[in-house]
Design a protein around this ligand. Structure first.
Ligand SMILES: NC(=O)c1ccc[n+]([C@@H]2O[C@H](COP(=O)([O-])OP(=O)(O)OC[C@H]3O[C@@H](n4cnc5c(N)ncnc54)[C@H](OP(=O)(O)O)[C@@H]3O)[C@@H](O)[C@H]2O)c1
Length: 307
């Protein structure tokens, strides 16, 4: 599987990360098997957040990776903090320290490979984040840092004070949910896709070697669910996925994955499935190189336009 090197930092990660947001209801034995399967297939990068399952996702994962007999040094744990659900965002140094200590306890580990700031906090003071990152780095509790759902100007604001490289920005990205790409093509048009919702984050990350981690790669948007299969909003897209899956002798899930991997910005996909069979399809997708025409065919079939 293709490996990525965010920020040319020396941190080598697989192009597929395992999202752990939906594992709260998995039986322990199933989760242990899931982790073992991932590790056997080079999928050793696990994405968490302190809020997933109210902390339960990290807690059960913390028990399961040990039961799976994995060595910590063979695995990479990423988690996020900064959301206090339903109340506020909090990127104060005190909240970041407190969150990381609890994350480490739940995951049953001494350190995180990567810590992300989960969402921008309107009251963020970059000096506070810098203080937290310095201390977490010096204490050995966090090796690398990044952000999630942030635009270029917010990353630049952090960089005013933060010494560490910000290696990743985790953002929603899928064939239908791809305004990041649309805005770059519908420049100066009076079209929906021309609306700049992210300050040009796709080009900014590509330019600065920041790895985009695509979250919800199979979801169409917040309310519409999975776009693959019998989603009545995407008949053309599903036809195109089926046609290409016949050509490549694979499944629509693999083709939808290949669409993300085809982007030259070297995007890491965060797969949220709890099914081993679907992981296999995604791995297959990482091995398919769609042609330029096929990439655009899927993009257009999802309802986007080319001016
Ligand atoms: N930074 C952020 O703000 C943010 C927000 C959301 C998520 N995330 C991260 O991104 C990860 C992935 O997000 P996600 O879980 O929404 O992504 P996803 O991979 O698009 O969705 C996975 C869900 O879709 C289901 N599914 C149904 N049909 C599928 C198909 N054909 N192919 C694949 N999955 C299918 C899966 O069910 P099965 O389990 O039955 O396969 C699972 O419930 C999360 O685990 C989390 O780590 C980050």
């Amino acid at each position: 599987m293709k490996k990525l090197n965010p920020g040319k930092s020396g941190l080598i990660i697989p192009s597929i990360a395992i999202g752990c947001m939906r594992i709260a209801d998995m039986e322990e034995a199933a989760l242990v098997s899931h982790i073992s399967y991932c590790m056997d297939h080079g999928l050793n990068f696990f994405d968490h957040a302190d809020i997933y399952g109210g902390g339960k996702c990290e807690t059960i994962f913390g028990k399961a990776w040990k039961k799976a007999g994995c060595k910590r040094e063979d695995m990479m744990f990423q988690s996020k903090c900064g959301i206090v659900p339903g109340i506020m965002y909090d990127l104060s140094a005190e909240h970041i320290f407190y969150s990381v200590d609890n994350i480490l306890k739940r995951l049953d580990t001494d350190y995180l490979d990567v810590l992300l700031l989960h969402r921008p906090d309107a009251l963020m003071e970059p000096e506070e984040v810098a203080k937290a990152f310095d201390w977490l780095e010096q204490s050995g509790k966090v090796r690398y840092f990044g952000v999630s759902n942030q635009r270029p100007s917010q990353i630049e604001l952090l960089k005013k004070c933060v010494r560490q490289s910000l290696l990743v920005d985790q953002l929603q990205f899928s064939i239908p949910f791809s305004n990041m790409a649309a805005a770059g093509m519908e420049v100066n048009m009076l079209t929906d896709g021309a609306i700049d919702r992210d300050g040009g984050i796709l080009d900014y990350c590509h330019l600065n070697d920041i790895t985009i981690q695509a979250w919800s790669p199979f979801q169409s948007g917040l309310a519409k669910g999975i776009f693959i299969g019998d989603n009545e909003n995407y008949p053309e897209l599903n036809q195109a996925l089926l046609d290409l899956s016949r050509k490549y002798q694979t499944t629509p899930t693999a083709i939808a994955s290949a669409w993300i991997f085809r982007h030259p910005a070297d995007i890491q996909m965060i797969a949220g499935t709890t099914k081993i069979s679907r992981l296999d399809e995604i791995i297959r997708g990482s091995e398919i190189a769609l042609t330029r025409e096929e990439w655009y065919r899927l993009y257009l079939a999802a309802g986007h336009m080319l001016p």
